[in-house]
Every structure is written in C-alpha cells, then in structure tokens.
Design a binder for this molecule. Structure first.
Ligand SMILES: NC(=O)C1=CN([C@@H]2O[C@H](COP(=O)(O)OP(=O)(O)OC[C@H]3O[C@@H](n4cnc5c(N)ncnc54)[C@H](O)[C@@H]3O)[C@@H](O)[C@H]2O)C=CC1
Ligand SMILES: O=C(CO)COP(=O)(O)O
Length: 340
C-alpha cells in the first residue's frame, strides 16, 4: 500500500482516485472546495462530476494543500492545463522531499508552448522531484468508475518511474502500459482534443460517418507530422495515446470536447458553449497552442487551422469545411523521415 495524493477532484481526478483507493492505496484527494470535501468524506459521492457513483470509503478528501502534499511521495496532478503552472508553483513551495510527479492532464500551454511535463519541471526544482510521468490514453472517467475495461499508458523519460506508476494503477479493469516517448504521448493527448472539437462540429452540422473517419485519419496525420518534428517517435501516434484517444474522444458521447464541437456545429457561440459546459474543454486553448506550434515548426496542419478560424476568427463551420475540401490536391502518405 502506497500513500498517494491526487490534486483535483473533477471527473478525472475523482476517477483515478477511485482506482487507486480500490487498489488498496492510502489515497488523499485534494480539492479547493470545502463542500466537496464534506461530500466525499461523509457521503462518499462527488455528484457534480460523477453523479450516482459511490466512491470507496477509504478515499479521503482535504482542501488544505499542505496537508495534501505532506501526505505522500507520489503526487498526481489532475486539473485543467491552464491551472497547472500555478498549482505546481504552490506545491513547489511546500514540498520538502523528492516526490514522484504524475500528471493526467491533456493540453499545451499557449504562448510558452510547453508540454505539461515541461511546466512541472520548470516549477518543481530537481531536488524536489524524482521523475515526471504522464498517464494518458482512451479513458473517460464515467466508464472507469463503472469498472469498464480501460487501457492507458504511463510515459516518462525514466522507465523505472513509468513502471512504478504502472504498478500503482494496474488492476483487472485498468490496464497500464509504459512508453518512453513522453513528447509523443503528451502531444497526442493534447491535440486529439482539437480534432474531437472538429468531429463534434461535423456531427453538429449533420455530416456523417465518412466525414468523421476523414477527421480521425487526417487528424492523426497532422498530429503525427507535428509530433515527429518535435522529436516524437512516429509509432506512438498509432498507439493508445494517439489513435486510441483520438477514436474515443471523437466518437464518445462522454467527451466534453466532442459535445462542445457539436453545439458549435448546431450554431451556438463559443462563449455560450464554454460557459454552459461546467467542465473543462481543453481543446479550445489547445487549438491556439497548436496553431502557434504549427507556425513555429513550419508544419502543415490544415484541420487545426480550420478549427482555429472557426473558433477565433468567426469563420462559419461550413465555409471552413468548403475551404478544406478545395485545397490543392495531395498525395496521401508521407515519409516523416524524408519530408523534413
Ligand atoms: N474527464 C475525463 O474523462 C478525463 C480527463 N482528462 C484530463 O484531465 C484534466 C482534468 O479534467 P477533468 O477532471 O475532466 O476536468 P473537470 O472540469 O471535470 O474538473 C476540473 C477540476 O479542477 C479544478 N480546478 C480548476 N481550476 C483550478 C485551479 N485553478 N486550482 C485548483 N483546482 C482547479 C476544478 O475545481 C475541478 O475540480 C484535463 O486536462 C482533461 O483533459 C484526462 C483523461 C480523462
Ligand atoms: O481525454 C479524455 C478521454 O480519454 C476525455 O476527453 P474530454 O475532455 O473531451 O471529455
């Protein structure tokens, strides 16, 4: 049994705490909301995020960050990308020993264009961190807490740390693989949300399965193109954290990114959609970051560019689709190693 702290009691933080507590670990869940602490500790539910689910009784919650950080030597960060730098800064000031940092978030910081592991490394000094591991893959919280079979990947530059995370989380409904390609895993995780927004828009407009399949496969092509330019292993993109997560996010009714896109495709404004969701839609900010990354690395990302125009330049979705379909004719398959 290990002592583990999870930072963030939204859908995913609660679901992974559920797995850790069921695995017999002494798991403490941190939330900034006192009323959530009371609900989790006394009623064993978190109904705003996972309605109707009974949480394990050995799972405890706190709202005191120092108490949470002091509890464990493994700290799992499970909050939206935009809040990660600030929370890591705060944790970095509290932590007084070397901890293993795991993150489960899926995004890229706009402007700095940092991956999440890079943000953690910037904010937590090397004397306070043993390693950073990203845990990522096709895994909707709503299905994990029903104990439906789920596969996921622990990625790190430190193989031993990845295997440690694999051991902590694995059980008979949550199967964890390892991967040493942290860049590929984090890029796939972040950018699948951009394509899922586009898939939701396509469905919202009323386009069919052909369009969805096109978005998934051509989306994967442009994610891989960028990832390889950033140093990722091309094979990572056909794995769980690439194609796997792209499929689940573009096709599942659980996906907040797909849902947001769907509402946009039906004519709602971005402001209406974001304020109505009540949960994070990572793909919106990541579209901005991906647009900046494509420019920086000189990589062609037509779907990302089309979504950027829809979200931030008021281009009507159908007009963006027309423009995509009428681009210069292309050869489908590219050679990542020759096309520099
Ligand atoms: N929901 C899911 O099934 C999955 C989500 N993820 C990723 O996990 C991350 C978190 O997502 P969810 O838990 O789904 O989001 P959520 O919207 O359900 O919950 C976010 C949680 O973070 C807290 N939070 C927000 N801003 C904060 C701040 N500044 N300081 C402290 N706490 C703050 C909120 O109070 C809430 O408890 C995202 O990057 C998402 O892409 C990854 C895999 C699955
Ligand atoms: O990453 C996820 C599933 O793997 C969750 O996706 P959404 O944030 O779109 O719900």
């Amino acid at each position: 049994m290990e002592k583990i702290t999870v930072i963030g009691a939204g859908s995913w933080g609660t679901a992974i705490s559920f797995v850790l507590a069921e695995n017999g670990h002494d798991c403490l869940l941190w939330t900034r909301r006192d009323e959530q602490v009371v609900e989790i500790n006394e009623k064993h539910t978190n109904n705003s995020y996972l309605p109707g689910i009974r949480l394990p009784e050995n799972l405890k919650a706190v709202s005191d960050l120092k108490q949470a950080v002091d509890h464990a030597e493994t700290i799992v960060i499970a909050i939206p990308t935009k809040a990660i730098r600030d929370i890591c800064k705060a944790i970095g000031e509290i932590v007084n020993r070397k901890c293993l940092f795991v993150h489960v978030s899926k995004g890229i910081e706009p402007d700095s264009l940092k991956r999440i592991s890079e943000v953690i490394e910037e904010e937590i000094s090397p004397d306070k961190r043993q390693a950073v591991v990203a845990l990522s893959g096709p895994s909707h919280a709503e299905e994990v807490v029903l104990r439906h079979p789920t596969t996921i990947t622990a990625a790190s530059n430190d193989q031993q740390a990845a295997e440690c995370v694999q051991d902590l989380f694995s059980n008979n409904y949550f199967r964890v693989y390892t991967n040493s390609d942290l860049t590929g895993v984090e890029i796939g995780a972040a950018l699948k949300n951009v394509i899922a927004l586009a898939a939701g828009i396509s469905d919202g407009i009323g386009y069919g399965d052909n369009a969805k399949a096109a978005l998934i496969t051509r989306g994967l092509a442009e994610i891989s193109r960028l990832g390889v330019k950033m140093g990722a292993n091309p094979l990572t993109f056909s794995g769980l954290t690439g194609l796997g997560d792209l499929i689940v996010t573009c096709t599942s009714l659980h996906s907040r990114n797909w849902k947001a896109g769907n509402l946009l495709g039906k004519g709602n404004s971005l402001e209406e959609v974001v304020s109505g969701m009540g949960m994070v839609i990572e793909g919106v900010r990541t579209t901005k970051a991906a647009h900046q990354l494509a420019k920086l690395h000189g990589v062609s990302m037509p779907l990302t560019e089309a979504l950027y125009a829809v979200l931030f330049k008021d281009v009507p979705p159908k007009e963006a689709v027309d423009k995509l379909m009428n681009r210069t004719k292309k050869h489908e398959i590219e050679d990542f190693f020759l096309n520099d």
